[in-house]
Design a binder for this molecule. Structure first.
Ligand SMILES: Nc1ncnc2c1ncn2[C@@H]1O[C@H](COP(=O)(O)OP(=O)(O)OP(=O)(O)O)[C@@H](O)[C@H]1O
Length: 290
């Protein structure tokens, strides 16, 4: 079984600051989601609500169809893994792994297998681990939790590129073996795009977009050509650049066939927009919330 997620009119306030405002979000069970947002957008706050680390100031947070707050049976099957883990620094790696057994579905054998594969020194104290190895330990406890909803909050930070690659592959293998709901919060969008089924973007405490990864990948376009011809298309540009008489614009929406034909006839080149670039443009602080 894996958990659905439903948020209805959810707000979270710290003192006088709204970290999240009026969020409505539905996630289906058994998919891998990417959670994107700039620094301070509200990603960690959102995940904290789903793990019942925090109580919403307003609204309903349902996990597996039930309110998650003070719901021990549900919470015990939800794993939120934060960067660097929430470990006692004086514990050994082995002790951290053994402590995972507090969860009903924690798989110690799998955790030890992963520890060996990722070269984690079992006897070392957490405080003596490098930043990257500490992240790996956090990732290992998350994978081995075998939870119904597993959330990794920028857990890749500190891992080098080959380690991140191995982590994503292991995550996918574990997911294929035992479908469950996964949320990956990250800034490295292009790196994880191949693993994601849907993408959720939060921006300044609000839900900006939620769509299939394919929809995002087909979403934007860049158009480059004579400035007058580009302007004549009358498209709403997310960003634009001008060099002499040539203009390049980035648009968020997919172009329809007539626009493509007009552009081609005017000598305008059309190219794709990388997910990372699209994300940067969509969450540009200069841009009004969409
Ligand atoms: N404990 C707290 N007390 C007060 N304000 C907080 C607290 N935690 C977060 N905030 C504020 O809430 C907003 C959202 O923070 P949050 O950590 O959820 O963002 P984030 O998207 O995870 O950011 P990052 O990518 O930098 O980790 C920010 O303005 C932040 O300063």
């Amino acid at each position: 079984m894996s958990f659905t997620v439903n948020l209805r009119g959810v707000s979270l306030r710290y003192g006088s600051e709204d970290a999240l405002a009026d969020i409505d979000l539905d996630l289906e069970a058994g998919k891998i989601y990417g959670l994107l947002g700039r620094n301070g957008a509200g990603k960690t706050s959102l995940l904290s609500l789903l793990a019942a680390f925090r109580k919403p100031t307003a609204g309903d947070v349902l996990v597996g169809g039930e309110p998650v707050w003070e719901n021990a049976p549900i919470v015990s099957r939800v794993a939120l893994i934060r960067e660097g883990g929430d470990f006692d620094d004086s514990d050994s790696v082995k002790a951290v792994i053994e402590a995972g057994q507090i969860r009903p579905s924690f798989d110690t054998e799998y955790a030890l297998k992963l520890a060996e594969r990722f070269d984690l020194p079992l006897k070392k104290k957490v405080r003596d681990l490098s930043r990257g190895k500490r992240s790996v330990l956090a990732a290992v406890t998350g994978l081995a939790a075998r939870a119904e909803l597993t959330m990794f909050d920028e857990v890749h930070l500190g891992m080098d590129a080959p380690t991140r690659d191995a982590f994503y592959k292991e995550l996918l293998a574990e997911y294929m073996d035992r479908p469950h709901t996964v949320i990956l919060s990250t800034h490295l969008i292009d790196e994880v795009a191949n693993y994601l089924e849907e993408v959720v973007i939060v921006d300044r405490g609000r839900l900006l977009r939620h769509a299939d990864i394919e929809a995002f990948q087909g979403m934007g376009a860049t158009l480059t050509g004579p400035a007058d011809a580009v302007d004549a298309l009358g498209l709403a540009a997310l960003a634009e650049q001008r060099l002499g008489g040539t203009k390049s614009i980035t648009v968020a929406d997919a172009l329809d066939a007539p626009t493509r034909e007009r552009a081609a006839a005017a000598g305008i080149e059309i190219g794709p927009v990388g997910l990372q670039d699209l994300f940067i443009h969509l969450t540009d602080p200069e841009r009004k919330a969409a």
